[in-house]
Ligand binder design. Structure first.
Ligand code: NAD
Length: 355
């Protein structure tokens, strides 16, 4: 398994491999870029089929965090960690404590938060051995209610306002009543996004692999349940991927009927070329790392001690960022994902400049 010649290696500043035999911990931490500040990113636990898959994921995800934080104008760098293992079977206090110990040895060059397979309580257990965890401080949330530190409500709200911006640009409407939106995955973020959309009068279509999530969305929001293999190709105005990555690909894009793609899932494009494929079909794509930055914004304010009002104000800026991207796309004819990459790179001082 190569590193420096790995196809996902992008001049990452640091890559660390950790092993703790007693607890069974096997983890990789990748710090992509810290030009803008301390590197902060989620800790994912997943039963990777191979070490190579885990390395691939952590290199991609850490790079994505650099772009996300830069585009959101946060003074944070990008990083991620992965723990190799099934969170339902292999997660234990000993393993999480061992991970905390590993994080402490990095001296703060990586700050961990929740991700798929880890939760606020898990990060709190890691926090017994390190100061370098985030997204765990109970405080007042953006809705004025007590919050555990879970960033999902902020991610969902940011996605909602980003979706509205995309609809305004592509469909020339500000009123969402009757707008047909298909949401793939009604978990922590997707269900909250669905509630915002329902309150704004949208007509919802949902899919999920867990029946209880679907029953909840149908009963609470009058959402129409759709089989998983049909959700992306429904005849709706907007599709909102809120489950897994790589859902915009050679197979799905030619079949899409929606005019807008605006959802919270990370790494929605299977390959870079799919950005241009969407643009060629006249589909407006809200780049995932621009629209789903609400969670990292929330965590940044948790660290700085900012108020819910400050978090809200920063979340609203997701709309301004997308406005700028969509406008540039219209003026230059270039796809939105490519423009988002260039804008982020300008902000963390890498190689490209806008034409
Ligand atoms: P989650 O696990 O709570 O929800 C995901 C949902 O998708 C689950 O209900 C799951 O059953 C469902 N799902 C899985 N495979 C599916 C499939 N094939 N078809 C339909 N549904 C499927 O996760 P989340 O925290 O809501 O995150 C959702 C997405 O948003 C992820 O891609 C995540 O990386 C991204 N994201 C989340 C945050 C956050 O703050 N939670 C921040 C940024 C990005």
């Amino acid at each position: 398994m190569s590193l420096f010649s790995h196809h996902e290696f992008d001049n990452h500043e640091q890559v660390h491999f950790f092993c703790d035999q007693e607890s069974g911990l096997k983890a990789i931490v990748a710090v992509h870029n810290s030009n803008r500040g301390p590197a902060l990113g989620g800790c994912r636990m997943f039963p990777y089929a191979s070490d190579a898959d885990a390395l691939n994921d952590v290199l991609r995800l850490s790079r994505g965090m650099t772009y996300k934080s830069a585009l959101a104008n946060l003074d944070l760098g990008g990083c991620k960690s992965v723990i190799i293992g099934d969170p339902r079977q292999q997660k234990s206090e000993a393993l999480l404590e061992a991970m905390g110990h590993c994080l402490e040895t990095l001296g703060g060059s990586y700050i961990a938060a929740e991700d798929s397979g880890t939760s606020v309580p898990d990060l709190q257990v890691m926090g017994r051995n390190t100061r370098h965890v985030a997204g765990i401080v109970a405080r007042t949330g953006i809705d004025g209610q007590p919050s555990s530190g879970d960033p999902s409500p902020a991610t969902a709200y940011g996605t909602f306002i980003g979706l509205k911006t995309a609809v305004e640009h592509r469909l020339n409407r500000t009123d969402l009543s009757g707008l047909k939106v298909a949401i793939q995955g009604v978990g922590n973020v997707g269900m909250r996004l669905a509630r915002h959309l329902h309150a704004a009068g949208a007509e919802l279509y949902v899919s999920d692999i867990h029946q209880d999530q679907l029953v909840r969305a149908a009963e609470e929001l009058n959402a129409t349940v759709v089989p998983s293999n049909q959700i992306l190709t429904l005849d709706v105005d907007v599709i909102a991927p809120c489950a897994m990555g790589a859902v915009l690909n050679d197979q799905t894009i030619p079949q899409l009927k929606a005019a807008v793609v605006a959802g919270a899932a990370n790494n929605q494009l299977a390959e870079a070329k799919h950005d241009a494929m969407l643009a060629q079909r006249g589909i407006l794509y809200a780049p995932d790392f621009a629209i789903n930055a609400g969670g990292i914004i929330d965590i940044a304010y948790e660290r700085s001690g900012g108020s819910p009002e400050q978090v809200m104000a920063h979340l609203e800026s997701i709309s301004e960022t997308l406005d700028e991207l969509f406008q540039r796309a219209r003026e230059t004819g270039r796809p939105t994902g490519e423009l988002a990459n260039i804008l982020a790179e300008e902000r963390f001082q890498l190689r490209h400049t806008l034409a």
